[in-house]
Design a protein around this ligand. Structure first.
Ligand code: UDX
Length: 437
């Protein structure tokens, strides 16, 4: 079987490497020459655990190749489209320029018997439009959304919770082709759902909308907890024990960021508006607002603590939108850092992986290379991303190298008792403050 993957960003690079690891002759295609050069050397253009090994294995075995020439996708059995659908400038809607350009560029290289399988997250209605566009070539289209999480991308691609195939009515050949591609995953009993195009498109955006809503729900409870003296972490533990609710994705804190959830809920709302269903998804605007208010709260807490000690130096631990990633797209931690800096505060940040990516977005930010450098001389410590390295910190040792005696834990990830015992006041989001022992 020959596989092509158009778009070698986060989704595509991981997907191509995964396809090669399943034993298929795979070609990854991208318009970005620099990215292709790196991938040819087996180097991922971003940090993702497990991906370097997978890429190198495919490149060394010769089963995984990369090119900027889309013509090399010709003759593939399945062509995956995995280009980005970012938020359109000046709008909430998804920018489909890359999807449209990818499919247009493929048209001369498609033939009967080829299956084009869309993986990108798209507004409902896109797949049918693309199916009509490629129909004259004899190729057919399936929509096969991807649910991978950054930091677990390899695992999620090779061992997904479920596979979803959106196919045209009666297109058994498309189902058979995808079954063949995913044979080794299906063998393990993975659920596979065959649905129509619109359902497949909606599965992806509604899953992300649900996850975002779950996070904003608990963050709304955090807002309330702050004013009534409740502890949102205990609240999450208690409601999470109800199996219908579940504890996962109930971590209150700085809220969601990244390249998916924020733009996907906005695009979903924008598409609903276009379809005359703006009111139906109106709650997603509130989900977005609750999420953004957590950043305001974090900035306000840090400002309050700086006033209190009469200082202006903040140590920010973490910049990535979540741990195990160097991605700072729409990162709450980076946003808080930037806002403090714009407000005239001196921010010294440290992140295990996101230094380069953060500097590209906020060039003036002072980003040091260790926790010790960040906290030395700081008046207030802040946690923006819950990397394991920060959870594992020894607060007693830190107390010896910083004058700060307060930590604002934006992810409710630190062991408050241990920090308190070491002489720090601990301020979480949605939790009563813990005094220094
Ligand atoms: C998400 C979806 O999980 C994935 O299925 C989809 O394919 C792409 O979007 P990802 O963006 O990699 O994946 O990150 P995820 O682990 O979902 O976290 C998103 C954001 O929510 C992060 O900023 C994280 O810190 C935040 N989050 C997550 C919380 O604030 N609380 C939680 O309980 C969980």
């Amino acid at each position: 079987m020959k596989i092509a993957v158009i778009g070698c960003g986060y989704l595509g690079a991981v997907h191509a490497a995964a396809m090669a690891s399943l034993g298929y002759e795979t070609i990854g295609v991208d318009v970005d020459e620099a990215k292709i050069e790196r991938l040819r050397r087996g180097e991922p253009p971003f940090f993702e655990p497990g991906l370097p090994e997978l890429l190198r294995a495919g490149v060394d075995a010769g089963t995984l190749r990369f090119t900027t020439d889309v013509a090399e996708a010709a003759g593939s059995d399945v062509v995956f489209v995995a280009v980005g659908t970012p938020q359109r400038a000046g709008s909430d809607a998804a920018d489909l320029t890359y999807v449209d350009a990818a499919v247009e560029s493929l048209l001369p290289h498609l033939a009967a018997g080829t299956l084009v399988a869309g993986k990108s997250t798209v507004p409902v209605g896109t797949a049918q439009r693309l199916a009509d566009l490629i129909a004259p070539t004899g190729a057919t289209l399936a929509w096969n959304p991807e649910f991978l999480r950054e930091g677990f991308a390899v695992e999620d691609t090779l061992a997904p919770d479920r596979l979803v195939y959106g196919v045209a009515d009666g297109d058994d050949a498309a189902v058979a082709a995808l079954d063949a591609v995913y044979a080794r995953i299906l063998e393990r009993g993975t659920d596979r759902l065959v649905v129509n195009y619109a359902t497949a498109e909606l599965v992806k955006v509604s899953a992300n909308a649900f996850l975002a809503t779950k996070i904003s729900f608990i963050n709304a409870m955090a807002e309330l907890s702050e004013s009534v003296g409740a502890d949102v972490t205990q609240l999450a533990d208690a409601i999470g024990l109800d199996a219908r609710i579940g504890r996962r994705f109930l971590n209150a804190g700085l809220g969601f960021g990244g390249g998916c959830l924020p733009k996907d809920i906005r695009a979903f709302q924008a598409r609903a508006d276009e379809l005359g269903h703006g009111e139906t998804l109106g709650f997603l605007r509130e989900v977005d607002r609750i999420n953004l208010r957590r950043r305001d709260r974090m900035v306000a807490l840090i400002e309050r603590e700086l006033e209190r000690v009469g200082g202006d130096r903040v140590a920010m631990l973490g910049l990535a939108f979540k741990p195990n990633s160097d991605d700072v797209r729409d990162s709450p931690a980076l946003d808080v850092s930037r806002r403090l800096q714009e407000g005239g505060r001196v921010v010294r940040a440290y992140d295990p992986e996101a230094r380069e990516t953060a500097l590209r977005v906020v060039p003036g930010l002072e980003i040091v290379t260790s926790v010790a450098d960040a906290v030395c001389g700081a008046d207030v410590l802040a946690l923006g991303t819950e990397w394991q390295e920060f959870r594992d910190l020894d607060p007693a040792a830190l107390a010896g190298i910083t004058d700060a005696r307060v930590v604002v834990d934006g992810r409710n990830a630190l062991d408050a008792a241990a920090w308190s015992a070491a002489g720090f006041r601990v301020i979480g989001l949605g939790r009563p403050e813990v005094a220094a022992a």
